[in-house]
Each structure stands twice: as C-alpha cells, then as structure tokens.
Design a protein around this ligand. Sequence first.
Ligand code: KE4
Length: 432
Amino acid sequence: MSLTHTTSQELFQRAQQSIPGGVNSPVRAFRAVGGQPLFLKSAKGAYLYDEDGNQYLDLINSWGPMILGHAHEAVEKAVRDALPGSLSFGAPTRREVEMAELIISMVPSVEKVRMVNSGTEATMSAIRVARGFTGRDKIIKFEGCYHGHGDSFLIAAGSGAITLGVPDSPGVTKGVANDTLTAPYNDLAAVQTLLDANPAQIAAIILEPVVGNMGLVPPAEGFLQGLRDLCTKEGIVLIFDEVMTGFRLAKGGAQELYGVTPDMTTLGKIIGGGMPVGAYGGKKEIMNAVAPAGPVYQAGTLSGNPIAMSAGMAALSYLNEHPEVYPQLQHITDKLVNGTKQNMQQLELDYTINQVGSMFSLFFTEQPVTDFASAKTSDLQVFGKYFHEMLQRGIYLAPSQFETLFVSSAITHELADAYLAANLEALQAVRA
Ligand code: KE4
C-alpha cells in the first residue's frame, strides 16, 4: 500500500503551533515510534480513514471504547435520537438513573455508582472517597499501572508516562508523592512489606486487575485474591481500576472473569460508547460517603450528560443483550495471537505475547513479561520499526510498546487473516 500522508503532515505542523506537541493526549504523538501521527477523518466498523484517504485496520479502537467497532448503528441511533432534546441540562435526568441501574446489574460489586467524565476523574474520585471513608492518607499503586493523570497516580506510572520517559511527572508535589507507595505488579510480598511499614495508614490499594498500561500483563495466580485477603484483614479499600477491562473482559469485567470482588471499581472507555464518560462505584456504605449523601466532595458540570448517557447506555445494553460478543471476541483474538506465534515460529523468533480476552500485546523481548521491570526489557527500537512496518501495510497499532491492543467485534476472520499476513511480513522486516 503506497500511502501518502501530506495532509496529516500539514495538519501536524499547524497543530504544533496551537496545541502542546500537536496532540490532545501525549501517546498520540508517535514520539515513542518516530514519524508523525496520522490525522484521522472518519471510521466505520473495523476501519479507520485518515485525512489522506488511507484505510487502516484498527487495533486500538480509541484505546478500548469501540468494542463494537466504529459507528455501530445501535450507538449512532441512540445519539441521533437524543440530539433534538438539547445536549446538556446540568440537572438530574431519567437516563442517568437507567444508566446507574444498568451498570449495577452488570457489575454486581457496584451497589451505587457516580458518573464522571473520564477515567482520570473516576480514579481521582475513588481514592478521595477511600481516604474520606477510612480516614487514612496513603495509597498503594503498582509500578507500570496507569490510572489517569491525577497527581497521586503519576508515580511509576505506565502508558504515556513511561512512553515519554516521565513515569514520575514534574509538577507532582513531594507531599502528594509521599502518600503514594508503589510495589512491583504481581508481588504480594512487596505489598505486605509496605503494610508492615505503614500500619493502619493505607486507605486504598488500586490496581489494573489485568494491566494494559505496561503492555498486557495478566495477574499471577493468586495475586488478586491475595490482595483481596490483605485488604479485608487490614480494612483497606480494594479498588479495581477497570477503565480498560470493564465491560471488555466480561460483562462484569475482570472481577467477573477472575471471581475476585473489589470494594470499589472505576470505569471508563466502553461505558461511554465513545463519548467522554467515566464512573466510580462500589459498596453502599462506601459510596454513601460521597456528597451530597456524605461529606466527600466530588462534582462535575457535564457528569451524566444526556448525549453521553445515550451513547453509553446503547453500548452497554448491546453488550448486555448480546453476551455472544465475548466468546466471539475471544475467538478472533485467539486467532490473532496464535497466528502471530505461528509466524514467529516460522521465522525462528521467540518474542513474548500476552493475552487476556480481547486484549493482547507483542513484546519485543524473549523474557516472560509479568511486571514493569520485565516489560522494560523490550527492544523499543525494534518495536518502533515493527509498528511502522505494520502501519505501511494498513494495520493501525498502538504507537507504544507499553500499551495493549484492543480487538473489536467488527474484526472478522478475513480481517484477522489480513492482519496475520501483514504481521508475518513485518516480523520478517524487523528480523532482517
Ligand atoms: P482517561 O482519563 O484517559 O479517560 O482514563 C485514564 C485511565 C485510567 N485507568 C486506566 C486503566 C486507563 O487505561 C486509563 C487511560 N488509558 C490510556 C491508554 N493507555 C488512554 C489513552 C491516552 O492516554 O491517550
């Protein structure tokens, strides 16, 4: 595919005059893979179209939200039907009640839920509630996990922070940083050490129950249950950040898949169907601490926005009513992963590939990848070359080794075959 990117290049030059780095979220800038970002114009089903008319098979799906593919009729119709009623009121609406009830029916550990406008708002709010509920100040997060750009989380953060080499961002005060303790993912002993050193001071442990933000890293056998047991014993609020995994790995997210129940859950991405929506929820006794029911303050002008609720409800309702989507996503993703393994075997390559459900990552390292340290053994130069080899063949991957791919239900067997053909050629090119 001979791709021209003239318009994208012109737009990127323009964008850098008015937007920091020319993008509204750092990972989009292609800094980790080199080259210039593509400016997208539209998308439909499994395909993206850029400003120069090039078509790409989408393996990011807006970093997770577009699980049903782009411009799905159920979601688009819901938004069209809502538009004539105005875009926002700043007052309670029927749709917000219906949305809350739907979330609670799909994620049983969530007994009450508050809508916000992003995953970052959800996680920021969840730890404030945990601190208010327990009267404790410190939190534990895991190296390489990313929970949005809230100050408390930009400590050993994954995703765009590590992609840009700033896992500990300037601008986060020592005071804030002192209250965030970190441990290696999958390391229960390290968590126990932190608890011993900070008795009765830990308000919450927050984690991605399946990590997407250092690339895809599954929880080790017993890790989630071990954290559950420690939190129960110590009166610590266990928060599953399911912004990526919620409604993706199962209707009830990773907590359903692994059978471990958190005290609070944060949600985003799929919950908005592509619109800006986040949510946090959990046990009634914890959520009743949230204003105006309780004293922990959190607010938002556009929280529960009617159009966003319409899009989110349409997406969640579709998943709720079509549970066959999940085994279908598993099957197609298995094909992509197993096909990649066969390609590597044919080329005598032995890179590591991790998968859970419809999320997977190819790491350019031969070591098992079980935490941040092992993820960082990946060869980023080779990843960058692979990324562009795939892009030239019309396959749009996440522009960072420290991100997961997301499969949509719009990806058919035929499209999986196209992906695998490109994958074989791209691996050949990087091996050379
Ligand atoms: P947002 O504020 O970006 O909606 O959500 C933050 C967030 C919270 N928790 C988890 C587990 C997340 O993955 C995210 C955001 N994910 C990144 C992708 N790694 C969003 C993409 C971006 O930063 O542009």
